[in-house]
Design a protein around this ligand. Sequence first.
Ligand SMILES: NC(=O)c1ccc[n+]([C@@H]2O[C@H](COP(=O)([O-])OP(=O)(O)OC[C@H]3O[C@@H](n4cnc5c(N)ncnc54)[C@H](OP(=O)(O)O)[C@@H]3O)[C@@H](O)[C@H]2O)c1
Length: 124
Amino acid sequence: MTLKIGIVLGATRGIGRALGEALARRWGDAGIVYLTARRQSDAEAMLAELGTRGVCVQSLLFDLADNQAPSRVAELLRERHGGVDVVVQNAAYMPRVGESIARPSRASVEAMLSVLGARRPLAI
Ligand SMILES: NC(=O)c1ccc[n+]([C@@H]2O[C@H](COP(=O)([O-])OP(=O)(O)OC[C@H]3O[C@@H](n4cnc5c(N)ncnc54)[C@H](OP(=O)(O)O)[C@@H]3O)[C@@H](O)[C@H]2O)c1
C-alpha cells in the first residue's frame, strides 16, 4: 500500500496545529503527516504534546522568511516520498486581538513581511 503524504506549514499552534492533528488522526497508519515549525524547540514541544494524545506526526523546520525554505522542503519530500498528496499552506502572520492594524508596530510589520514568501508555491 502506498502511504499518503501530507504537510501542514505553520502548525505550531492555532488552525495549523488543529488541521495537522485532524489529518494525522484521519490517516492513521495509512499516511505520514509533516508539521512545520520555525524553531526546533517549538517542533519538539509540538511532537511531545501531540504524542501525549496518541497522535504520531513528523516535524520539519520551515520559515517563509527564508527564500530557500519552500524548495528545500519540496526537495526533501520528493527525495523521501516521490511527492506529496496534501499541502496546507497555513503559515502566516495573524494580528493578535487588540493589536492596531491601522498603526502596526515595527514587530508586526516585520512579521507580516516575513510571510511574503507565501506567494511562492511549493513546486513539487
Ligand atoms: N484565526 C482567525 O480568525 C483567522 C481568520 C482569517 C484567516 N486566518 C488565517 O489562518 C491561518 C492560521 O491562523 P491562526 O489564527 O491559527 O494563526 P496563528 O495562531 O498566528 O498561527 C500561525 C502559524 O503560522 C506560523 N508562522 C508565522 N510566521 C511564519 C513564517 N514566517 N514561516 C513559517 N511559519 C510561520 C506560526 O508559527 P510560530 O509559532 O513560529 O509563530 C504558526 O504556526 C493564517 O494564515 C491566518 O492568516 C485566521
